[in-house]
Design a protein. Structure first.
Length: 423
């Protein structure tokens, strides 16, 4: 295995910017489908269950792909994974308008899910070992902003396209966006190639072993010691709520309040605007709780119950209040995403399995997304949107409970990692 180290601060910043843009582009593509659900359903060709199944296929393949990408992400060139995954995803976007039945649409969007899964683990690897050390912490925080920004852009552009054109053009726009981002990363890689050095991992490990007495442990043993298997549960639950709420809000608003699909998509722009501040808002709480990711996640899970309990009055509340409550909820889910998906894997860098842990947790989160993509639509079809809100409340409560439970082992593991870093 080879590590790629960029010995140039200025070029490291450019690499960070390029990866920020490509991940924002990835979320632009993912949000394209969510933004078009209401329009597709309104045509009457497919029902909500069939449309939800397309989203489920995406998230299943994304989740499986995350696990695969995480496990192999420490062994192959991370830049090659990022560029090839993005370019292939662009092709899938261009193919969706030509899909003339639900089966073909499902296959294409499922393939796109696998290709999009090739981005996060190698990006986190680049941030952990390639760029200048002074940029690492800030880069990991700032890239969390790319998620809501990409989503905001997707909803804004989709609103205009749906209003004046057909929903198929939303996917063409998304394909162009992610393809240009991939091209930009390729150009930056060529530009930075002179300062990018390759270091064999064996040599690095020898230097590390002379400075640290802790032997290298296998992934299973580390997972047990750290409570990783318990952490997978809040990862699953927050993923189910994060993308599930975002995906179904336009349809929920349309059906509950009788507004047009384009207007419901426009209203849900409020969600990613709030989400943009989720990760930043949780930082003071995180620091006050001793930089303990899982204890902070438990607190955030409890906070999420507050707006969700008010949501039980959906339909009776004004539409703008409903959207505001949903925005507060999803912003907390993005705070959880920052804690669990971004910060937790970095704690495993000394054990040499950051990419693997990232893949495991991201896979868990997106299995949750897959469940929500079909499940929330099915529950609303059978029992109404109030029943869906009850599911969200239970999920938030369980997120808090299992976060606190995982902290029994996580706190000890966290302390050992911090003490090791000081030696």
């Amino acid at each position: 295995m080879t590590k790629y180290i960029l010995n140039n601060y200025r070029k490291s910043r450019i690499v960070v910017i390029s990866l920020w843009l490509i991940y924002a582009g990835s979320y632009f593509v993912r949000a394209c489908y969510a933004a078009t659900i209401a329009s597709i359903v309104s045509e009457g060709v497919y029902d909500k269950g069939e449309i939800g199944l397309v989203g489920t296929a995406f998230f299943v393949c994304y989740g499986v792909g995350q696990l695969i990408s995480g496990l192999i992400g420490d062994r192959i060139n991370p830049f090659a994974m990022i560029i090839s995954g993005s370019a292939a995803g662009a092709v899938c976007c261009f193919c969706i308008p030509a899909a003339n039945n639900i089966v073909l649409m499902t296959v294409i969007w499922a393939a796109n899910g696998f290709f999009q899964s090739m981005l996060w683990s190698p990006i986190l690897r680049v941030f952990s070992e390639t760029i200048d050390e002074k940029l690492r912490k800030r880069a990991i925080l700032d890239i969390s902003l790319s998620l809501p920004v990409g989503t905001i852009c997707a909803y804004l552009i989709s609103t205009l396209i749906i209003k004046y054109l057909k929903w198929q053009y939303v996917f063409i726009c998304g394909g162009i966006c992610i393809f240009l981002a991939a091209l930009f990363v390729l150009l930056i890689l060529i530009y930075s190639k002179k300062d990018l050095t390759q270091v064999k991992v064996n040599a690095v490990e020898k230097r590390e072993n002379t400075n640290h007495s802790m032997p290298k442990q296998n992934l299973m043993h580390i997972a047990v010691l750290s409570g990783l298997f318990i952490i997978m549960i809040p990862s699953f639950l927050h993923g189910m709520m994060r993308d599930g709420i975002t995906n179904w809000v336009p349809t929920m608003i349309t059906e509950t309040y009788g507004v047009s699909p384009s207007f419901s998509v426009f209203l849900t722009i409020v969600l990613p605007i709030f989400n943009a501040f989720g990760a930043y808002a949780v930082v003071p709480i995180y620091k006050k709780l001793g930089e303990n990711e899982m204890k902070t996640a438990g607190v955030v899970g409890l906070f999420a119950l507050i707006p969700l309990l008010f949501m039980l009055g959906i339909g009776k509340l004004p539409v703008y209040i409903t959207v505001l409550l949903l925005a507060l909820t999803t912003s907390m889910m993005y705070a959880l995403n920052y804690l669990i998906i971004s910060l937790v894997p970095v704690r495993f860098s000394k054990q040499g399995c950051t990419s693997s842990v990232s893949g495991i947790l991201n896979s868990s989160a997106h299995i949750g997304c897959a469940v929500s993509s079909y499940g929330f639509g099915a529950v609303s079809e059978k029992s109404g949107w109030n029943a869906v809100v009850v599911v969200w409340i239970v999920s938030a409560l369980f997120t808090a409970v299992f976060s606190f439970l995982s902290n029994i082992k996580w706190a000890k593991f966290n302390t050992s990692v911090q003490s090791e870093n000081k030696t």
